[in-house]
Design a binder for this molecule. Structure first.
Ligand SMILES: [Zn+2]
Length: 200
């Protein structure tokens, strides 16, 4: 292949992301995602704004609430995802959905982090701001007893599909998290949680 051909088929340069912004978040701003019995207080959480590539190919400003201890990691992760041109459909905090219902956020393919959600007798890592769900409609949660989340995601249980944002074991976007020590739910056996990354 000639160099001229290569130059015309080369991918567009990575889009430029604006610097991230980090700020405090109050109980009022956390809305229904937080309540007094939650395991971390609002003072330990931060609102992080990062640019990300959208499904439309443009850059968008997204918001995540995460624990203060992992803010730098999260900023670096989303910068890497942008460099890799991994697209995220939307990134809004879950209090934008009625009752902060995770099901509604997932059906909307919304990427999110903090939400004070119980898990068994304890709390999900989302309740500590130490877990992120990425493009959750195309990357659903499924347990061996058939609990599918979101419930509208059955078509995406076929992991041979090639939908935008779909995460697989060999996806560079997965490596961005796991190379930093995050655990990926897509590697679990039961449940399998393709959307889920956590850093306990
Ligand atoms: Zn999750």
């Amino acid at each position: 292949m000639s160099s001229a051909t290569i130059s015309t088929t080369r991918a567009a340069p990575p889009p430029t992301a604006r610097p991230a912004a980090v700020g405090p978040v109050s109980a009022a701003e956390l809305g229904a995602t937080w309540r007094p019995e939650c395991p971390v207080p609002p003072a330990e959480l931060r609102l992080v704004e990062v640019d990300h590539l959208g499904f439309d190919g443009g850059m968008h400003r997204g918001q995540l609430v995460v624990h203060e201890d992992i803010v730098d990691d999260v900023i670096a992760i989303f910068a890497d995802l942008t460099r890799l041109r991994y697209p995220i459909e939307k990134m809004r905090t879950v209090q934008n959905y009625p009752g902060a219902q995770d099901e509604l956020s997932m059906r909307d393919n919304n990427t999110s982090a903090f939400n004070c959600r119980p898990l068994g007798d304890g709390w999900s890592w989302h309740a500590y701001g130490r877990a992120i769900d990425v493009n959750p409609l195309v990357n659903p949660y499924i347990s061996s007893d058939g609990d599918l989340q979101p419930a509208t995601a059955s078509v995406y249980l076929d992991r041979t599909r090639d939908d935008v944002g779909m995460l697989r074991a060999d996806s560079p976007a997965v490596r961005v998290f796991t190379d930093r020590g995050w655990r990926w739910g897509g590697a679990w056996r039961d449940p399998i949680d393709y959307q889920h990354f956590e850093l306990p």
